[in-house]
Ligand binder design. Structure first.
Ligand code: HEC
Ligand code: HEC
Ligand code: HEC
Ligand code: HEC
Length: 425
């Protein structure tokens, strides 16, 4: 009986070998996952991020990026603006400033707001939108009397940001809320900045390798819609043949409408890219228009039928032209034309909106890719100027635009999208 209940040596050996086998199995599995993580972790994380990109935009994503970043070392006199410490220090200094000055001392654009409302707006919609803490634009240290200095215009970046507020309002006023069949989205800082202070991508990854390295002759249209064929009569930038890529982007930043759209006239609405009129256009001009269309389609993540009726490429369809079943998606070609006027208008007025020129970048000509980034010269200085892709990032409604129905209420004074940025003329 005894020997039946006491495990035999053989039974013990079996149990031990099972336990050992179990441990070995666990170690093997863990090792497998460790190697799997080493080998495929970056890819899987990228995939997870891609999913995140399709989630609705939240202003607090930018704040997370700041608080999770390593503390940076600025190469000028500013304090670091990345890391949890930098973020907390800035927000707390802002809080102290709010207590010292319940009314703003130097708000030139954000009028009609209390200091606390401005403080709330700054966190999510300015810092968060650009992915930088308060120190990027403000000196957050108190002076010898313990007074905080958020009112002072110490750094160029703050002056730049103030002009950008004017830009945001002007874009909304002149172009966005004026769109035919406007769907209710505003441009805000994040729409362009995408959680980055500088070097936003204005062309998108599909565009760069898409065009063959050929030179083309650009024949712009004159005020009557007739092509200008004589080099000397053209704008300087396009007197000589250009690389196709530069010719495409030329039109994004130099677009005109010479026959405004009139629903009563089928032939109306022609602009710089029109191919159909009197004598037709050169083969090179057809190539350029085709590639501008590609650029716009990729920027919006749509195909040609999103804006066109495939049986009638020159007409303006006011109903949904194509693959979108959404009843609201009419007027797309007309909207695209307004957007081309908007990118052109931005280029023409870029110097008045405070962007800081790139002093370390040089190239010949009006625009160029340098290390994969597209730059343009405006009045001799180098800038990145927004293109369709800057805002749209492959979506027909920019994800980081602000839907008027989703504007935070601001009752707690913490999250507001100021009235003065919504396109008030
Ligand atoms: C990208 C630049 C930028 C960043 C980052 C930024 N601000 Fe501002 N801030 C401004 C500008 C520009 C103004 C002035 C707006 C105006 O003139 O209407 C301003 C104004 C203010 C004011 C009102 C000052 C006054 O005139 O009395 C406060 C308070 C403030 N910011 C707090 C903050 C806090 C807190 C943070 C960080 C969470 C922050 N800001 C981040 C650009 C910035
Ligand atoms: C239409 C697109 C657009 C909008 C909207 C926009 N910006 Fe900008 N901003 C830019 C571009 C493009 C630059 C230049 C970036 C570069 O130099 O690479 C820039 C530059 C800046 C700079 C200078 C950064 C530096 O260090 O050189 C600041 C600060 C800034 N923007 C703040 C803001 C704020 C705050 C808002 C919202 C009130 C805003 N921007 C809205 C496109 C935009
Ligand atoms: C985001 C909207 C949009 C998308 C997408 C788009 N187009 Fe266009 N297309 C326009 C606009 C706006 C014009 C008018 C340009 C002008 O008159 O200056 C135009 C003009 C044209 C014309 C010249 C018509 C004429 O008046 O002579 C052709 C051809 C054309 N597109 C083809 C295409 C093709 C092919 C695609 C797909 C690769 C495409 N488009 C994608 C907006 C778009
Ligand atoms: C400064 C940011 C910005 C830039 C740059 C920009 N867009 Fe837009 N675009 C928007 C916003 C915001 C909306 C949504 C407006 C609304 O709610 O109706 C929009 C809407 C559109 C729509 C209508 C989409 C729909 O289904 O209602 C088209 C088409 C479009 N843009 C084309 C373009 C083209 C083409 C370019 C480049 C020439 C361009 N956009 C550049 C911000 C921008």
């Amino acid at each position: 009986m005894q020997s039946a209940t006491r495990p035999s040596d053989r039974q013990i050996a079996v149990v031990i070998s099972v336990i050992v086998g179990f441990i070995v199995a666990i170690i093997t599995i863990l090792t497998f996952f460790w190697i799997y993580e080493l080998a495929s972790g970056p890819e899987r994380r990228a995939a997870a991020e891609a999913v995140e990109i399709d989630a609705p935009y939240s202003a607090s994503t930018g704040v997370l990026l700041i608080t999770q970043a390593e503390r940076n070392v600025p190469d000028d006199t500013r304090d670091p603006w990345l890391s949890l410490e930098a973020w907390t220090e800035g927000v707390q200094a802002g809080q102290a400033y709010v207590e010292q000055f319940p009314e703003p001392q130097n708000a030139q654009v954000l009028t009609g707001m209390t200091t606390e409302q401005i403080w709330g707006y700054m966190q999510q919609h300015v810092s968060g939108a650009l992915g930088v803490g308060c120190q990027y634009c403000h000196d957050v240290q108190a002076d010898e009397n313990g007074t905080y200095l958020f009112n002072e215009d110490t750094y160029a970046q703050k002056l730049s940001a103030r002009e950008m507020m004017r830009l945001t309002n002007d874009l909304n006023a002149e172009f966005i809320v004026d769109l035919p069949n406007w769907r209710g989205n505003y441009v805000q800082c994040a729409t362009c900045h995408n959680n980055q202070p500088i070097d936003m991508d204005s062309v998108g990854p599909t565009f760069r390798p898409s065009t063959p390295p050929i030179k083309v002759t650009v024949d712009p249209l004159d005020a009557n819609g007739e092509p200008i064929l004589e080099a000397a009569a053209k704008p300087e930038e396009i007197q000589e043949p250009l690389m196709l890529q530069d010719a495409i982007l030329y039109y994004i930043y130099n677009y005109q409408v010479w026959d405004p759209f009139d629903p009563a006239d089928e032939q109306s609405g022609r602009g710089s890219l029109a191919l159909t009129y009197a004598e037709g256009r050169t083969q090179e001009q057809v190539t350029i228009t085709q590639n501008v269309m590609n650029y716009m389609a990729w920027s919006l993540g749509e195909n040609c039928l999103y804006c066109h009726n495939s049986r009638n490429f020159w007409s303006y369809e006011l109903e949904a032209a194509g693959n979108l079943t959404n009843a609201e998606s009419g007027y797309n070609r007309l909207k695209a034309q307004q957007m081309l006027l908007m990118t052109t208008w931005m280029t023409e007025n870029w110097l008045s909106y405070g962007a800081l020129p790139k002093t370390d970048i040089e190239f010949e000509g009006a625009g160029a890719f340098v290390d994969g980034q597209y730059y343009r010269k405006v009045d001799g200085d180098v800038y990145t100027v927004p293109g369709c892709y800057t805002c749209h990032n492959g979506r027909y409604i920019p994800k980081k635009a602000l839907d008027q129905n989703d504007i935070p209420s601001g009752e707690d004074g913490n999250e507001v999208f100021p009235e003065v940025l919504r396109g008030n003329k």
